[in-house]
Design a protein around this ligand. Structure first.
Ligand SMILES: Nc1ncnc2c1ncn2[C@@H]1O[C@H](COP(=O)(O)OP(=O)(O)OP(=O)(O)O)[C@@H](O)[C@H]1O
Ligand SMILES: [Mg+2]
Length: 230
């Protein structure tokens, strides 16, 4: 993943902060125009699209901030013992309605509960990004399967889907910020995996992928036990 030097980070951070205020002002003006009952229907539709575009830009700024601030927020000093299984169960509960709306089967298997040292909110974000991708890039009636297991030295979380897959040449690049495939069919900033990988690294781990185009993908999160377990 491309990493930012601290000077670049500060510059981009303040630039984005400055962008947020005028964005919010324009958005509130547009929203008050839209609420005017005498407004022409065509104009209202156009203004609604403008508001949606501004909302996407705002999301992009928020995601960019998440990526930039990952290091600072993910300080090991703030880590606590937390159940990995609990995080996974919460994610299934959170995303179940989305899976149901696409008639997808979302399942979870864990050999046992595993407690690790983590930043729970960040860790949830990491897995949320992986699992929401699995749902997003898997067509209706597909399957998404999560699993938690451990080997001698490593804890492994797998997020497996029967989705559209990623061609071999692109499998490394999808972790780069702003890199996206399938741009015609889906929307996004291209930051979800970059953020997930940054959080994994803060937990001494790494995310990798195995995928076959047209068949599906499996994302692996590997965490070294000697670092994350007691
Ligand atoms: N499970 C998956 N199956 C197929 N392709 C995937 C999968 N996960 C990610 N990708 C590909 O990797 C690209 C990068 O993913 P990433 O999550 O970083 O961005 P995104 O989903 O496009 O946008 P967002 O910032 O909203 O997450 C995606 O555009 C998609 O093409
Ligand atoms: Mg994504």
């Amino acid at each position: 993943m491309t990493s930012f030097k601290s000077q670049e980070k500060a510059l981009v951070s303040s630039f984005m902060h400055e962008l947020k205020t005028p964005l919010a002002i324009v958005r509130s003006h547009l929203e008050s125009e839209i609420s005017d009952a005498s407004l022409d229907t065509r104009l209202r539709r156009k203004l609604v699209l403008d508001v949606e575009a501004l909302a996407r830009l705002n999301n992009l700024i928020n995601e960019m901030n998440l990526l930039l601030n990952c290091e600072a927020q993910c300080d090991v000093k703030n880590f606590q013992d937390y159940s990995l299984l609990e995080i996974l169960v919460d994610i299934v509960e959170l995303l179940e309605p989305l899976a149901e709306s696409k008639q997808q089967k979302l399942s979870l298997v864990a050999d046992e509960n595993i407690i690790i040292k983590m930043h729970p909110e960040k860790f949830q974000q990491l897995l949320l990004n992986l699992v929401s991708n699995a749902l997003k890039y898997t067509p209706e009636h597909g399957k998404i399967h999560l699993s938690l297991r451990q080997e001698k030295k490593t804890i492994i979380v797998e997020v497996r889907d029967t989705g559209i897959g990623i061609e071999l040449l692109m499998q490394e690049r999808i972790f780069d910020p702003f890199f996206r495939l399938h741009t015609k069919e889906t929307q996004g900033a291209g930051l979800g995996l970059a953020i997930a990988q940054a959080i994994a690294k803060q937990h001494f781990g790494e995310i990798s992928v195995q995928s076959t185009l047209g068949e599906g993908s499996c994302f692996y999160l590997r965490l070294p036990k000697e670092k994350v377990c007691k």
